[in-house]
Write a protein that binds this ligand. Structure first.
Ligand SMILES: *[C@@H]1O[C@H](CO)[C@@H](O)[C@H](O)[C@H]1NC(C)=O
Ligand SMILES: *[C@@H]1O[C@H](CO)[C@@H](O)[C@H](O)[C@H]1NC(C)=O
Ligand SMILES: *[C@@H]1O[C@H](CO)[C@@H](O)[C@H](O)[C@H]1NC(C)=O
Ligand SMILES: *[C@@H]1O[C@H](CO)[C@@H](O)[C@H](O)[C@H]1NC(C)=O
Ligand SMILES: *[C@@H]1O[C@H](CO)[C@@H](O)[C@H](O)[C@H]1NC(C)=O
Ligand SMILES: *[C@@H]1O[C@H](CO)[C@@H](O)[C@H](O)[C@H]1NC(C)=O
Length: 609
């Protein structure tokens, strides 16, 4: 039945083009984001890249002032803030300010934000304003291609004082993200993978459910992913989710139906918590490859029109593929009872596109050799995709069109670097202000060609200070770390993981560990140190609190992990085939890429004045 929908050609406007705004709204700009869950303040914007300028509109349910800003880390401190409104006398007012902690934001020496229009009607304040993307003012925040952490406030009056009664919040978005490619969804088939259940009464929970794809007798292409969020409840409480591919472990005699079949929503199994004790009840250790991520404010993922992600191809024809959905429910009030449907919609077609897209994981292997020293800011973890691996690519290379840079809660800065010989090319993608809560499959504004012999290195900068003296080590839970990026590219190639690490034995011996064992009972490997006596116990605990992290040791360790030789791998998760490359590191005599700084000249002039 569904199969027929593909032949029904309906001329329809893509749903993406319809802004999510209320009919009476004055907002006119094309990109729209509701800033608060209650829908009282809405932002619209449009960037003009030629003029290096951005225009905003805000409509807010207040007769007091409206504050809007862009913050380095989501807080007031250091945030670039614009405060404006219409006074009781009907006159508009505005100022460009900077957040200086818990006090009224200071007025900037240079006023770079400009109010273009304003009104106050029926209790709603409307503002239109603009600024340069980079004002070259140290008191303003340059708006770049990566994630922007927006903050907002609505005063109950026009008196701009800190701690007057106001409502405030924060939300991340990529203001300059590349537009989603066009697609006519009416010509596509789809299937949904959703969970409809009462959200657990815990403030934060990661919930993993298992889902079947359709049985298709021959090859199809997936061409888009979107979110299914049924109602206000689903929108408010779905913090973000991640959709994973599940594979039967290489070398296993079981079929996917045997491994996953009894755990799916289709047979009434709603899943279990992903990381706590309940996680031992579900086969989540076999579902690691990211397909799609959605977070508040996130867009759908659409493939470029010439490519699709193949499913039901070859030996996969006529059988189910399994998927896992990891939902982060946000339930701060620990409500018990609310039941709603959350999940994802996968659009696919048998009108095959010319090129198959592939998904590749590039980064550091998830294991204990990713250990961030205690109480440290700016510790850099690197994962190399070796030139030996990229030599297996077709002569013409492959093209990356979408990237998802991932780390967990300790991640601060993420960069996907690209080397050809000893020359560094522009970063494939980067996040200078990474927000774990706003991960996105990002369409790259410029597709990137990777040639055989190129090296790709994923770098994650971590902060472990919030762990109160404990190390952060590699692992699947959000308080452990992962430094992996998920790259969509075409044409599809045979290996899907291109990663590196320090061999565990060598990593352990750097800490003077002479005996250890690996336990896998919980599905996630854990290390226990058995010698020397002074370090006996759980790896994380011993290395955090029994090992003496002298500053000399830490400096040497930091240098060695980042710049020393790694063992690198190219692996096919599906076939289990792999190639190992010893001693992979950055290219010798590296000429680093330096991003263009339009302000360098202007700042020099100011400095000399
Ligand atoms: C503004 O908020 C008030 C109080 O929440 C509400 O009654 C009113 O309908 C809102 N106005 C608009 C235009 O949304
Ligand atoms: C301001 O908004 C009003 C009402 O939408 C419009 O008539 C007017 O032209 C706008 N002014 C400017 C300068 O954009
Ligand atoms: C798979 O089956 C073979 C032959 O029956 C057996 O030798 C092997 O141990 C099995 N492997 C697993 C992982 O169960
Ligand atoms: C799945 O459930 C059925 C019915 O409870 C049971 O007979 C079967 O052994 C289970 N399969 C697996 C692989 O656990
Ligand atoms: C660190 O210590 C503070 C204060 O004692 C506590 O509130 C916080 O929960 C601790 N954090 C962790 C990760 O243990
Ligand atoms: C750690 O090593 C330093 C330098 O060798 C030493 O001064 C300090 O006492 C040691 N701390 C512990 C707890 O052993």
């Amino acid at each position: 039945m569904e199969f027929k929908t593909i032949f029904v050609l309906i001329l329809a406007v893509s749903i993406l083009a319809v802004p999510q705004q209320r009919p009476e709204s004055r907002l006119t700009l094309p990109n729209v984001l509701v800033l608060d869950d209650a829908g009282r303040i809405t932002l619209a914007w449009e960037a003009n890249l030629q003029r290096e300028e951005i225009t905003f509109e805000i409509e807010a349910n207040t007769t007091g002032y409206v504050g809007f800003g862009i913050s380095p880390q989501g807080s007031m401190t250091g945030a670039d803030i614009f405060i404006a409104g219409v006074g009781n006398d009907g006159q508009p007012y505005f100022s460009d300010r900077i957040g200086v902690g818990f006090t009224t934001p200071k007025i900037d020496d240079n006023q770079d934000w400009i109010l273009l229009n304003s009104s106050e009607t029926n209790g709603l304040t409307y503002l239109k304003f603009s600024r340069l993307l980079d004002t070259c003012d140290d008191e303003d925040y340059p708006i770049t291609m990566d994630t922007n952490r927006l903050i907002w406030a609505m005063g109950s009056s026009d008196a701009i004082e800190y701690h007057t009664s106001e409502r405030r919040g924060a939300r991340s978005i990529s203001l300059l993200g590349a537009p989603t490619p066009d697609i006519n969804l009416d010509q596509m088939m789809y299937w949904d993978m959703t969970v409809d259940m009462a959200m657990p009464a815990q403030s934060t929970i990661y919930w993993c459910s298992f889902h079947k794809g359709p049985i298709l007798d021959y090859k199809h292409h997936i061409v888009a992913f979107d979110a299914v969020l049924d109602n206000e409840m689903a929108l408010t409480h779905t913090h973000h989710y991640i959709l994973y591919n599940c594979y039967v472990p290489a070398g296993s005699n079981s079929t996917a139906d045997e491994v996953f079949g009894n755990y799916t929503v289709d047979v009434g199994h709603n899943g279990n918590e992903c990381y706590g004790p309940g996680s031992s009840q579900i086969p989540n250790q076999y579902c690691k490859e990211y397909l799609f991520v959605w977070a508040k404010g996130g867009k759908m993922m659409v493939f470029p029109e010439n490519v699709g992600y193949p499913i039901s191809e070859g030996s996969d024809a006529g059988i189910h593929q399994y998927y896992m959905l990891e939902i982060h429910y946000d339930n701060v009030d620990e409500l018990s009872g609310p039941s709603f449907k959350t999940g994802t919609r996968v659009y696919y077609t048998d009108n095959l596109r010319p090129i198959d897209a592939g998904l590749m994981t590039i980064g550091h292997q998830v294991d204990v050799s990713l250990t961030v020293p205690p109480n440290t800011q700016d510790y850099v973890v690197v994962g190399h995709c070796s030139p030996t691996c990229t030599l297996l690519l077709p002569l013409a290379g492959v093209t990356i069109f979408n990237a998802l840079l991932h780390s967990h809660l300790a991640g601060r800065v993420l960069r996907l670097r690209h080397f050809r010989g000893n020359i560094e090319l522009p970063w494939i993608d980067n996040e200078e202000h990474y927000d774990f809560d706003y991960q996105q499959n990002k369409h790259l504004s410029t597709e990137v060609r990777i040639l055989p012999g190129d090296q790709i290195t994923y770098e994650c900068t971590y902060d472990s200070t919030w762990k109160n003296g404990s190390i952060v080590s590699g692992g699947m839970t959000t308080i452990d770390e992962m430094c992996e990026s998920f790259i969509w590219y075409y044409p599809k190639n045979s290996f899907d993981h291109c990663i590196s690490h320090t061999e565990i034995r060598s990593h352990m011996s750097d800490f003077g560990v002479t005996g250890y064992r690996r336990e896998t009972s919980s599905g996630i490997p854990k290390y226990v140190i058995t010698a020397p006596e002074s370090l006996v116990g759980d790896y994380d605990d011993s290395i955090s609190f029994k090992f003496n992290w002298t500053s000399e040791f830490q400096a040497e360790y930091t240098q060695k992990r980042q710049f020393g030789g790694h063992q690198a791998f190219c692996i096919s998760e599906k076939t289990g085939q792999s190639i190992t490359v010893p001693n992979q590191r950055y290219p010798d005599n590296l000429v680093e890429y330096v991003p263009y700084d339009r302000c360098a000249k202007k700042k020099n002039v100011r400095a000399q004045a």
